[in-house]
Design a protein around this ligand. Structure first.
Ligand code: NAG
Ligand code: NAG
Ligand code: NAG
Ligand code: NAG
Ligand code: NAG
Ligand code: NAG
Length: 639
């Protein structure tokens, strides 16, 4: 029954309204033409039948586009249950109390991206900008369409905005609508709002750069001292391209730090962005969790990382080369072989000695015959193992065969052992792979002296990183090892030194100071827990979308990579074939020297012991002689 009534009602109403009021048809045409899902929030003082008509027009038979509508009251801005990018406000400016409503929405930042607005406006004066919004700032990131009714059947549609706060109003003709032709869109209308408005007409944009040395300001583009403030020098030309792209004039502000939170306020470049004194932070900075709430990151123009770089230390720093050249099983087998030969030699010697017992003459006079004495045979085996030969031998054929086997097998063992040692002397260790290895290695440490290294090293909280700072970089009571890039790279070359530097810049010095073959063993370990630096802009800047599009274009056109390649060096390539030989140092021979010195000490000890024993024996002999000589007194008293 109710349905029926509504239908009747609609029928009567629509027949006599359609010909005099085209608002509903026009708006649904416009919304359909935009081809985006809309959650329409309509604040209209229309009669119910007109709202109803509008509702059915909006639905239409278009199923591709999702449209919702919610009729809101004046003075009541409730929570809207839609995603912000779908929300579209529709306001009839001829309704009462409309200025309060607009004011409230301005306060709530609803006239900003991503909300959209349709302002219905039928006034007879020629002014494109409705009086209600005239005093407010509607910035380039907003999409506000003023729909002006010129007569009963024609509408003009404009998008209006101001480039900056307090600037001139600008309008873009979206199209016209009339009863017969319906909506006619302007042809040359670029779809993307940010691109359409990207000519800022010489509006001044402030941009902040970080220069850690005052002199860098004079050398931003001439490649003098390009290892200082490299990140700023790389991005100075490209951020200027960006401002050219926007046809904006510029104002540079130089600060000496990227900005950190101190006592609740931000200093440096981040401080300028937070205080909204600049739009762009021209020097990319690290994306940290403290900064994300206060600035907006738009792109990562320059991939660069800071890392610990060092030469892999020689193997002999880590382990004993003299044991390393054979595997344990080979050692055990060699010893077993020698023991076996020792036994064989011993039994053959005993046997031969028995064979020659009749020939006592030769046996006594020929000192070249091996006697079946265990100590003699052990000394012989040792001598042979050390490739020293032996003055004694076995004369029988069986004995000679055993000796031959001994000499041959020991020679092969010796050859492979020394070959292995030579190979191992040239190889470097690959044991340092993590920060923890680095902390427990014997390497010395250095850190490039710049603002962010000083900040992140001293505020590290993760245990290993903290330990590296406290034990290696700045041990208590010493000067912290922050140094210039040049000094650090020279120290890397000397070896046993890990230097924390921006690799792209540091490799320039590596190219300058290192020999070709020395570039091979360089190893990198990352310390800072951050990714590549990002370009930051002010939070809520109305030009964010333009900045994003501009930086992307600069990257796509290769301008950014030109600057990056100019000032950042890639990791040097290792031309391995011509690697030179590393000279042997004390460290390599350390175990051998150790054995030599222990041997010397033991032999001196033995010599002293021998002398003592000998001395004692001579004294005893002398006493015995005296005793034989007839001095009975001692004997008696002893008795
Ligand atoms: C509905 O669809 C028909 C045929 O596709 C079309 O002629 C008509 O204009 C459409 N109506 C609306 C309101 O879109
Ligand atoms: C605003 O509207 C919502 C829902 O329509 C309602 O719950 C709320 O009470 C209203 N607030 C005021 C101040 O009228
Ligand atoms: C517009 O409509 C009004 C009333 O409906 C009428 O008086 C007026 O003549 C119309 N104007 C034009 C230009 O059609
Ligand atoms: C840039 O802005 C100036 C100042 O408004 C204007 O004269 C010039 O035509 C603009 N350039 C371009 C390429 O639009
Ligand atoms: C750099 O300039 C600032 C301000 O002009 C000054 O305070 C500072 O001492 C200068 N630093 C050097 C190293 O010249
Ligand atoms: C932060 O506060 C401490 C203690 O109140 C003070 O010593 C220090 O100078 C302050 N730092 C800054 C940058 O204001």
């Amino acid at each position: 029954m109710i349905k029926f009534c509504i239908l009747i009602f609609l029928f009567f109403q629509s027949t006599h309204t359609v010909d005099m009021d085209f608002d509903a048809i026009m708006i649904s045409d416009v919304i359909h033409s935009i081809e985006r899902p809309s959650a329409l929030i309509a604040t209209l003082c229309w009669p119910v039948y007109k709202k109803f008509h509008f509702f059915s027009m909006l639905g239409g038979n278009n199923t591709d586009q999702l449209n919702m509508i919610q009729f809101a009251e004046f003075n009541n801005i409730s929570n809207y249950n839609a995603q912000p990018q779908h929300i579209t406000f529709l306001v009839d400016l001829n309704c009462p109390y409309i200025s309060e409503f607009i004011e409230k929405n301005i306060e709530l930042q609803h006239f900003r991206s991503p909300f959209r607005w349709f302002l219905l406006y039928n006034s007879n004066n020629e002014n494109e900008i409705p009086d209600v919004i005239d005093s407010f700032n509607i910035l380039p990131d907003s999409e506000v369409m003023v729909i002006r009714k010129t007569d009963n059947e024609t509408y003009n549609l404009y998008l209006v905005y101001k480039i900056n706060n307090g600037g001139m109003w600008r309008s873009e003709l979206f199209g016209t609508w009339n009863k017969d032709n319906k909506l006619i869109k302007t042809n040359d209308m670029v779809e993307v709002t940010a691109l359409r408005r990207s000519n800022l007409d010489d509006f001044q944009i402030s941009i902040c750069y970080v220069v850690t040395e005052n002199d860098s300001v004079n050398h931003l583009t001439d490649e003098v001292n390009d290892h200082i403030d490299t990140i700023t020098k790389v991005n100075f030309p490209t951020t200027n391209h960006l401002l050219d792209f926007l046809n904006a004039s510029r104002k540079y502000i130089y600060v000496n730090t990227w900005g950190y939170l101190e006592n609740g306020t931000w200093n440096g470049m981040t401080g300028y962005l937070v205080r909204e004194e600049v739009e762009i932070g021209g020097s990319p900075m690290f994306l940290t969790s403290e900064r994300i709430p206060v600035v907006e990151y738009i792109s990562s123009p320059t991939p660069t990382r800071s890392k610990f770089v060092f030469q892999q230390p020689k193997l002999s720093y880590e382990s004993n080369l003299f044991l390393l050249s054979f595997r344990n099983t080979v050692w055990y087998s060699s010893i077993a072989l020698l023991l076996l030969l020792l036994l064989a030699l011993f039994s053959v010697a005993i046997w031969e000695w028995k064979q020659t017992k009749h020939d006592i003459n030769t046996r006594e006079t020929d000192s070249g015959i091996l006697r079946p004495n265990f100590a003699d045979i052990v000394v012989l085996i040792l001598g042979v193992t050390c490739q020293q030969g032996s003055p004694v031998e076995l004369k029988g054929s069986l004995g000679r065969i055993v000796l031959l086997i001994l000499f041959l097998s020991v020679m092969f063992l010796y050859t492979s052992y020394s070959a292995n040692i030579v190979a191992l002397l040239q190889s470097s260790s690959s044991k340092i792979n993590t920060l923890d290895d680095l902390l427990h290695s014997r390497l010395k440490f250095g850190v490039h002296d710049n603002v962010f290294n000083r900040h992140y090293f001293s505020t590290a909280t993760e245990p290993v990183r903290k330990a590296i700072y406290e034990k290696k970089v700045a041990p208590p009571g010493t000067i912290p090892r922050f140094m210039s890039m040049e000094e650090g790279v020279k120290n890397i070359r000397k070896g046993l030194f890990a230097f924390h530097m921006e690799t792209g810049v540091g490799y320039k010095f590596v190219g300058k100071y290192f020999h070709e073959s020395e570039k091979c063993g360089l190893k990198e370990i990352q310390y800072l827990q951050v990714i590549d630096p990002w370009l930051a802009v002010r939070k809520n800047t109305p030009y964010k979308e333009m900045f994003k599009i501009g930086t992307k274009r600069i990257q796509e056109h290769g301008l950014q990579s030109r600057e990056n390649r100019l000032l950042y060096e890639k990791r040097p390539k290792c031309s391995g074939s011509e690697s030179s030989f590393v000279s042997v140092s004390m460290v390599d021979c350390y175990p051998a020297l150790l054995i030599l010195s222990y041997g010397t000490i033991i032999s001196i000890g033995l010599m002293i012991l021998e002398n003592v024993v000998h001395g004692r024996q001579t004294i005893v002999k002398r006493i015995q002689r005296t005793y034989k000589g007839g001095n009975y007194r001692i004997y008696n008293s002893a008795n």
